[in-house]
Design a protein around this ligand. Structure first.
Ligand code: ADP
Length: 151
């Protein structure tokens, strides 16, 4: 017996969770892709957040469901509107890195009231997108924590 309480052991485990262990595949669109195309991609890939990249494949923006809904209301020609017009853009994007603690990424989701974060890696051209952390990711980590408790 270690002398630690259940809560202390749980805290220890949570603090070891890294972003890289739980991140999922990022789904991206190009800055000149149309809003119509982004909506199709969101349905086909079954994600709620898309990341927007430039010609160097680097992060320049984020598209949420509501960004696309807003752009669609009263707009007849979604094929003619490129996503870079409506996206949330850098430097206002909240990011994380694969070595970050999952709890820190979760805190960013709460504090910024957003559904997802790109996991990025710095390169000469800008930020390369290597993963995605979402509210679903955090839910999975939460469930895993409890399930492993009973093994
Ligand atoms: P929704 O708008 O569908 O509820 P979010 O809560 O994730 O989804 O997005 C709210 C707003 O925040 C949107 O305008 C979106 O572009 C923006 N946003 C989403 N993710 C990020 C992020 N990682 N960094 C900065 N802004 C973001």
């Amino acid at each position: 017996f270690t002398g630690k309480t259940g809560a202390e052991l749980l805290t220890e485990k949570i603090k070891k969770f890294k972003v890289k262990e739980f991140q999922s595949i990022p789904i991206v669109v190009k800055e000149d892709d149309s809003v119509y195309n982004a909506i199709s991609t969101m349905f086909l890939e079954d994600v709620g957040t898309l990341f927007v990249i430039n010609n160097h494949s680097c992060l320049i923006g984020v598209l949420s469901r509501k960004d696309l809904l807003r752009a669609s209301i009263g707009n007849q020609d979604l094929d003619a509107v490129p996503v870079h017009i409506i996206m949330t853009r850098m430097p206002n994007i909240t990011i994380c890195q694969k070595e970050d603690l999952l709890i820190d990424a979760a805190n960013k989701l709460i504090n910024k009231q957003i559904d997802g974060l790109p996991v990025v890696k710095e390169t000469q051209n800008g930020l390369e997108i290597v993963g995605r952390i979402t509210k679903t990711t955090i839910t999975k980590a939460f469930v895993e924590l409890i399930m492993n408790e009973h093994l």
